[in-house]
Design a protein around this ligand. Structure first.
Ligand SMILES: [Zn+2]
Length: 274
């Protein structure tokens, strides 16, 4: 791995960050274990629901101290430099291993759409709207609370998302968010999917954002994992659900993102059935 710490940055700065648990339904507390065990702090938030009335959601987090590099650059595939902000060295390693799964042409599109790379943060969204301690976001606005960063030029990833799959050594949320970039010019799209599969995926509610593209971005995330040479990551990417079975992979291979226009022969062979 090459992590190049930008010259303007001195050593890491110790800061308090919040690591989130996945939002649990109802009044149940998270069953998962976080960096500090299973004790979670809770924050309630009012959110508008589909019937127009506000409903209360409970968000869970743990507060930990982290040694953050304000700015770092990760060099992927020997020549694509991806900026990564406010991560610890352990998190930079996870980002590095994750971005190694993404073909160079896809990373170039990420840099075109999001030239400032990735900002790791305690939350995505804003209080009172769609605040979350988990997941990631291709933000559609520049947040006032962070004057040093323009979120429109960044992909947001939460500390919770980096924590969640750390046993795999990668962060699937990062791949899902890159999937959103790949939908912008339909480089991944539903056209090659069989009609019933398209309908099934479009109806899934796979994240707090309803919408057909969420499942498509998950299929992309699983596909990149499927192409991994690490057995555990490959296994994670291959399954029997609508999002990660062979029918879905065959459809993705007919999307521009996985065509010979965007992938070298070597990269195409990684995504072949095996
Ligand atoms: Zn999404």
């Amino acid at each position: 791995m090459t992590v190049l710490i930008a010259p303007s940055t001195e050593g890491p700065v110790s800061t308090t960050v919040r690591v989130g648990a996945y939002l649990e339904r109802g009044s149940q507390r998270p069953s998962s274990v976080g960096p500090l065990g299973s004790e979670w702090q809770m924050q309630s938030e009012q959110r508008p629901s589909s019937d127009g009335r506000a409903r209360t959601v409970n968000l869970y987090y743990q507060e930990i101290s982290a040694d953050l590099y304000e700015h770092a650059i990760i060099r992927i595939h020997g020549g694509v430099d991806i900026p990564c902000h406010r991560a610890t060295s352990e998190q930079l390693n996870i980002m590095d291993a994750t971005l190694q799964l993404v073909p160079p042409s896809h990373l170039e599109r990420v840099l075109r759409a999001k030239p400032e790379g990735f900002l790791i943060s305690s939350t995505t969204g804003r209080a009172g709207g769609s605040l979350s301690y988990t997941g990631g976001l291709n933000a559609g606005a520049n947040y006032r609370e962070t004057p040093n960063y323009n979120e429109m030029r960044l992909i947001l990833i939460t500390y919770g998302a980096l924590w969640r799959r750390r046993s795999l050594g990668i962060c699937p949320t990062v791949l899902h968010e890159i999937g959103h970039v790949m939908t912008r010019r339909s480089e991944i799209n539903y056209n090659p999917f069989p009609e019933d599969r398209r309908r099934a995926l479009g109806a899934l509610r796979v994240s707090r954002n309803p919408g057909a593209l969420e499942a498509l971005c998950n299929t992309y995330m699983y596909m990149l994992c499927y192409g991994s040479r690490t057995q555990e990551i490959h296994d994670f990417g291959s399954g029997r659900t609508n999002q990660n079975d062979r029918i879905t992979r065959d459809a993705l291979r007919h999307c521009p993102a996985f065509s010979s226009r965007l992938l070298s022969e070597e990269w195409r062979s990684r995504f072949e059935e095996r």
